[in-house]
Design a binder for this molecule. Structure first.
Ligand SMILES: *Cc1c(COP(=O)(O)O)cnc(C)c1O
Length: 466
């Protein structure tokens, strides 16, 4: 399988190169040149398979040129045996035909583990084969950092440096990063804010000379194709568990960078009957404004109780725009260059074709808290704020009550205790058993000044073979 850029100018690449590359050289994102398509009969034959086997069937067409089947199977077995539930992604029923799929049973209690646990293994496999080494450098305000660190802890050929703003991430989130032991894991607390961290990462990617040419930087952010690929699988899993593919499903997806929901769109294109996808956002609602009024316009960032969805633009949305424009890279390039300058719209018939599948809603903090409380009172079930936004949007946007509506549960409620307190409930969400001693574990991190050369000096000195 070959991968092409959404802006039409960068060279097509194979899976290995796409895995190691972030942005394409033309500024676009890589997408498969064509998608595998499964018949209903084939999908039906996967009913009851263990998660790792289903994952193999769904994903193998994307990687077959790079990885022999047995090696990929082994990687998937290892990846998903690390999840603390037999079915890996269990479904919980809220109401008649209404469900939450719990995607937070992995090591860091958020859905990002589904992709990052696999990504670490894929990277190490490909680097071993090529006798290469990379340094992953990333900035985090919370979730992604811990999932990336957990995903790379066993990698021989990867050093990972994660920058977080000193004293500005929650204690649970900091500890999830800093208590992971490993010679290749480096947590840096920068005396600055998240934007400072992000800027240093960006500048380091732009000029990597501080590494002396002996290794190179790699990114594991949500534009990495392999992350999207791994997220397609659980749409199949949920559908098969609820009578698919012989009936169609609706999904509501708490959305920030449009990665998770784009995976659902791909599942549909690969043959899974999905009749509705609900884009659930918080007050950072660029996607909701586009879906409801065909106007794509950046606004100020707002800090909300669902911080993992606090974004100004949704990077993966470009991948959908590419399809909406008949895969015309030049048109996408034009549109996004204009979008950087001010509001843009797309042709009405293109927008309407998106609206056939997608609905959207934006949920503010108060309604998020009301939803947490309401579901707890109805079901004695505690939602994290991101998932609560998904459930609220699902209820507001539902088209057909006979179609099962599945909200993706993106994080464990114990990760975001503030929202539970705000909602007025007196229950305290408990960390699951494998994390219960988080507050006793030893932490390791280095505090550095908000200074690029100091941070780069630290990296160049501390990666494994430096
Ligand atoms: C990252 C994240 C999201 C948003 O996912 P996208 O793929 O960026 O849309 C939602 N909820 C939680 C808990 C997250 O960590």
């Amino acid at each position: 399988m070959r991968y092409i850029s959404t802006r039409g100018e960068a060279p097509a690449l194979g899976f290995e190169d796409v895995l190691l590359t972030g942005l394409a050289t033309d500024g676009g994102l890589y997408v498969p040149e064509s998608l595998p398509h499964f018949s209903l009969e084939e999908i039906r034959s996967w009913r009851g398979l263990p998660y790792a086997e289903l994952a193999f069937n769904v994903m193998y067409p994307f990687v077959e040129d790079a990885i022999p089947a047995d090696d990929f199977r082994k990687m998937l077995d290892e990846t998903y045996s690390g999840f603390a539930h037999q079915s890996v992604a269990p479904l919980v029923q809220l109401d008649s035909n209404e469900w939450v799929m719990e995607l937070f049973r992995g090591p860091t209690l958020a859905f990002k583990d589904f992709a990052l646990q696999l990504l670490g293994r894929l990277l190490d496999y490909v680097l071993e084969k090529r006798k290469q080494h990379v340094v992953i450098m990333g900035a985090t305000s919370g979730d992604t950092g811990s999932a990336a660190i957990e995903g790379c802890r066993r990698c021989e050929h990867v050093d990972i440096f994660i920058l977080h703003p000193y004293q500005r991430v929650s204690e649970v989130q900091r500890r999830q990063m800093t208590t992971v032991q490993g010679d290749n894991i480096h947590n840096i607390a920068v005396k600055g804010n998240f934007d400072d961290c992000q800027r240093m990462v960006k500048e380091s990617f732009g000029d990597q000379s501080f590494l002396g040419g002996k290794t190179q930087l790699a990114a594991v952010n949500s534009i990495n194709w392999a992350r999207i690929m791994a997220q397609i699988v659980y749409y199949f899993q949920a559908s098969l568990a609820l009578g698919g593919p012989d009936r169609s499903m609706a999904f509501s997806v708490p959305t920030g960078n449009f990665g998770d929901i784009f995976a659902g769109y791909l599942a549909k294109k690969m043959g899974l009957p999905i009749s509705q996808l609900v884009i659930a956002t918080n007050r950072n609602d660029i996607l909701h404004r586009f879906m409801s009024g065909n106007r794509y316009e950046k606004q100020q960032l707002e800090h909300t109780l669902s911080p993992s969805m606090d974004i100004m633009v949704s990077s993966n949305f470009e991948r959908l725009l590419f399809d909406l424009h008949g895969r015309d890279g030049a048109a996408v390039k034009d549109l996004l260059e204009n979008a950087a300058k001010g509001p843009v719209s797309i042709e009405d018939y293109r927008w309407k074709s998106a609206r056939k599948l997608f609905d959207s809603d934006a949920v503010d903090d108060k309604t998020t808290c009301d939803t947490i409380r309401e579901i707890y009172e109805q079901n004695e079930y505690l939602l994290d704020p991101h998932t609560a936004i998904g459930v609220r949007a699902a209820r507001n946007c539902r088209r057909d009550a006979t179609v099962p509506m599945i909200t993706l549960g993106t994080a464990h409620p114990a990760k975001f205790p503030d929202a539970i307190v705000e909602s007025g409930l007196s229950v305290k969400p408990q960390l699951p058993p494998h994390m219960a001693d988080l507050f006793e574990r030893e932490e390791r991190y280095t505090v550095l000044e908000n200074d690029l050369s100091e941070v780069q000096g630290f990296l160049s000195k501390h990666w494994k073979n430096a």
